[in-house]
Design a protein around this ligand. Sequence first.
Ligand code: SAM
Length: 248
Amino acid sequence: RGTLVLAATPIGNMFDASQRLKLLIEHADIVAAEDTRRLYDLANRLHLHVGGSVISYHDHNERDKADDILDQVESGACVLVVSDAGMPTINDPGLAVVRRAIERGLPVTCAPGPSAVLDALALSGLPTDRFCYEGFLPRRHAERVQHLRMLQSEQRTMVFYETLHRIADSIDDVMDAFGPHRRMALCRELTKNYEQIRRGTVDEIRQSIIDDPPRGEMVLVIEGASEDEAIAAAPSSLSTEDLAVLAI
Ligand code: SAM
């Protein structure tokens, strides 16, 4: 039997390509890439020759293709899975084939590397001992507000992916949900020439977005709730009877 290998690719800086990624691009029997042109572009920039056959594997076909890919693994192929940037499965394709490999009892491993979540978290200066990754906030205002409300009592540092178009609206909703004083970091263009980390309170970052709208790719890292905030925001789990007893 062969192996399914997920590999992280650079999120901006080509020097972050690991030796293992390079060997896999050259020697895997099959490369399943989110966007095949992006794979060839990456290989060119790294001066590599893609040795095996290349198939496209993206959000819209990942369930259908998972079994075909794994049939190849079963018959001895080394299949590399890469997304456009960063770690496959992290807001990128990959999960369907990993799940199916586990169900079919086939070997699956990972060549780790760049991912914007950990890069932003480490640079934020906020607590890293406990954190949660929240992916992208919902697009629609009403759902975003509801989602942020659900996080009002979250005490872990929170990491969100964000887009250029929605950052101004999202930060308004963050301010409504969490208030102006929490510390946060807006991390943009990580590992690239124009990498920039803006650190401050929610209020300060909101103002900086108005004064100097950020461009490029970005991640928001937001401090979790203090114990007092968490207690104030958490819905009471006590019944009316419990409360009556406590009142005595
Ligand atoms: N799989 C990727 C990873 O492991 O980070 C994430 C892919 S997701 C489709 C793309 C989002 O990741 C961007 O909208 C942005 O929020 C974040 N991102 C990716 N590269 C980034 C970078 N160089 N700087 C800041 N954020 C980045």
